[in-house]
Design a protein. Sequence first.
Length: 309
Amino acid sequence: MAKKIKVALALGGGGVRGLAHIGVIKALLDVGVDIDMIAGTSMGAMIGAQYALNPNIHDIERRMMSMLDRKEVKAIEQLISGYSPSDEKKLIINSLFSFVKQMVLVNVRAIKRWVFSGKDIAWLFDHLDIDTDFKKVKIPFCCTSVDLRTGEEVIISKGSVKEAVLASASLPGVFPPVKSGKRLLVDGGIIGSVPVEAARAMGADVIIAVGVEAQVDYNKKLGNGLDIMFQGDAIRAWHLSDIRIKGADVIIYPEVGDISWATFSKANDCMKAGEEATKKMKDQILEIIEKKRKKKFWREFLGLSKKGI
């Protein structure tokens, strides 16, 4: 008899849009799909790590909603209110320029290389309850990051879960890179928002990828050079993500692409979108898993036959 098919989730980044992963997991469990391993990037790493340590999606939903109710999170949303997903990078750059200008006026020596320090976001990761070792995970888990010194994608599956997730979500210039030996690690999403290759490397038979990339606004008015630069970067990011995600067996695209990464008040909408998108693909998902199971059975059967068994 063939061994059990191993199903892996590849969960992408996208700020609050990544909460769609909660809805995806709910729907998969409802139709009887076992989740055997998880690879995550950025918000996908946050959700994936929690589920790997405590496979109770309802607990994770409550924890995330409690975190989003904090005044610090609401302040971020208020700051970014009114910006579309295509404006996200522009907003970050403008914030950095404003930050540097203020610091120069106060004290040239006080200029920092990132907006928020590790202490500024420590409360966020403490709230996730992931301050433990990878040895404690109940479901195999890894997350992806990028080494600024080499440009390599780094798959992390050992050591501190908290540090690994922090590295996977550390947006360059906004949060400080995470030092790991000689490596300087930042958000894995800068070279690919959905870690399909990482899931494959874990030994998955079936990879279910979830993409929550921001939509590119092709109707956006390009009024100046900065607009053109960021529009080009948005197109590049979308196509890079599209190329990498195609390596998955199943691709789920929750309808959240028009939601800004920091519109935390739409968390419930994102989770619902993830659940609905997965339910629509239920038959396709189950069919692919069954095909993989049969293929694996015959491959193993024929392999045994060649040995004369």
